[in-house]
Design a protein around this ligand. Structure first.
Ligand SMILES: [Mn+2]
Length: 289
């Protein structure tokens, strides 16, 4: 699959950039290494999709990595936003490889005026820690609300018990975010929830950003994420979500956040991340453009 990556100023329907923001992590680690580990794992993925009987033949413009590994989330805001803005202008789907979850705020801003942008998070966490002491990987959603994003433009899927505080839940409800816990996902299914929220945001928004925080996955199935806990999504649910997001015409950008290769075991999380890219592309192949 790495053969799909193109360097240089070529026009491609999909673009990709590494955003190795690591400062401001609540749990410090090495998530800045993730973009290159994902690229390397893509070499181990084939391009034939047995689920659809199709060859995945979508060239990806690889804009390389942004020079943000030594920057705070505040300092990384502009380069990440500008990268997403430029990619969204020249391609139909921008893939941002984090880095920690602080990349999501600038990524969403890269899609334009917040009143017309939708955000779906697949995340064990609300990411609504208080912002008064600065930006971290624990508060991008709160920061977007602070920036004026309407809560009605935000859907949060996969929230885990015993991993969030009540004040975040209260704030998310007060803002009008759509909220789905892990038990909701078990009950209703990831596809039904995601399709419903994509439909709802399609009516309100010009473009949609989907944040895939890899810690939403069951820790035993993707150990390379400091915030992952037992009781998360299965990898197949995560891939299903990627396929649905990739296929949706209003999904203009996605990110993969919180993958820390230093915590990985037997390349499990690296291969999850690489297949996430493949499923995005499989979905994109089915997109009606
Ligand atoms: Mn997160």
């Amino acid at each position: 699959m790495a053969g799909l990556l193109r360097r240089g100023a070529v026009a491609c329907p999909v673009s990709l950039v590494g955003a190795p923001v690591k400062l401001g992590s609540v749990t410090p680690g090495a998530c800045d290494r993730a973009p290159n580990v994902v690229r390397a794992a893509m070499k181990r993925m084939g391009t034939y999709d047995v689920e659809t009987g199709q060859e995945i033949d979508v060239p990806i413009r690889d804009a390389s990595d942004l020079d943000v590994a030594a920057l705070s989330p505040a300092a990384a805001f502009e380069p990440v936003r500008e990268a997403v803005r430029a990619m969204a202008e020249t391609s139909d789907l921008a893939i941002v490889l984090g880095g920690n979850n602080a990349i999501t705020r600038p990524g969403v801003h890269g899609l334009g005026d917040l009143s017309a942008v939708g955000l779906i998070t697949l995340d064990a966490h609300f990411d609504m820690r208080d912002t008064s002491e600065g930006l971290t990987n624990g508060n991008p959603v709160q920061a977007l609300l602070d920036d004026g994003m309407p809560g009605a433009n935000i859907a949060q899927i996969g929230l885990a018990p015993f991993a969030n505080a009540q004040y975040m839940h209260d704030a998310a409800r007060a803002a009008g975010n759509a909220i789905y816990t892990m038990a909701d996902v078990r009950r209703r299914g990831i596809a039904d929830i995601l399709n419903k929220e994509l439909d709802a945001l399609t009516a309100r928004c010009d473009r949609i950003y989907v944040d895939f925080d890899i810690d939403v996955i069951e820790r035993g199935l993707a150990p390379g994420a400091p915030g992952a806990r037992p009781g998360g999504l299965t990898t197949l649910e995560f891939f299903t979500a990627a396929r649905i997001a990739g296929a949706h015409p209003k999904v203009a950008a996605v990110d993969l956040a919180e993958f820390d290769p230093s915590l990985d075991v037997s390349d499990v999380t690296a291969l999850v991340a690489a297949r996430w890219v493949a499923d995005l592309l499989a979905g994109f192949t089915a997109r009606k453009r």
